[in-house]
Design a protein around this ligand. Structure first.
Ligand SMILES: [Zn+2]
Length: 180
């Protein structure tokens, strides 16, 4: 199961168990019980905590495997220096960023690059990676996030948004690296 499927499945389970926890709290309240004495509530509370822990560990394992794999197999890694704080203010992005814990992932990449003597090139967050056609260099305007693929009006190449952006990031990273 890939990371995204796992996360989605576990989040669904977690939401279900959290709703159950709310019901248990309500039941205890209706019986006039203190939550500390409500066995069913306490039991469910531990279950929810264990689920949180599992999701967190699984995510961390995934990020470790992925970062080690990338570092071992590449000498130069180009990444966008994303403004996570700015992105988290954007609701849609916040969801996908927290899913992969971007900051934690970049930190892992950075220290592993040091261990293995590899190079990480950070591309400015202002570099318009999503706007440039990686084929001919034509720069389109900003595209909203819903647009997942587009066709360049100049060279007519059809692009998947993220693939095209990653090709631009790589080219820019190699350019920056060669200048250094
Ligand atoms: Zn083009």
């Amino acid at each position: 199961m890939d990371n995204h499927t796992f996360t989605a499945k576990m989040e669904k389970k977690l939401r279900r168990e959290q709703r159950k926890l709310s019901r248990r709290a309500l039941q205890a309240k209706n019986k006039g019980m203190n939550l500390l004495d409500a066995q069913n509530y306490q039991k469910q509370k531990r279950k929810v905590a264990r689920l949180h822990e599992r999701v967190r560990n699984q995510r961390d394992d995934f990020l470790h495997k992925l970062s080690t794999d990338i570092i071992k197999n590449h000498d130069v890694i180009c990444i966008e220096d994303l403004n996570t704080k700015g992105m988290l203010r954007n609701h849609k992005l916040a969801k996908s960023i927290s899913d992969v814990s971007w900051t934690a992932f970049v930190l892992k990449l950075e220290y592993k690059a040091k261990w293995y003597g590899k190079t990480i090139v950070k591309i400015s967050r202002w570099f318009p990676s999503s706007q440039i056609c990686s084929e001919c260099g034509h720069q389109e305007g900003k595209k909203s996030l819903e647009i997942r693929d587009w066709t360049c009006p100049i060279c007519h190449k059809h692009h998947a948004r993220d693939i095209n952006a990653s090709q631009n990031i790589l080219a820019e990273g190699v350019r920056t690296f060669n200048l250094a």
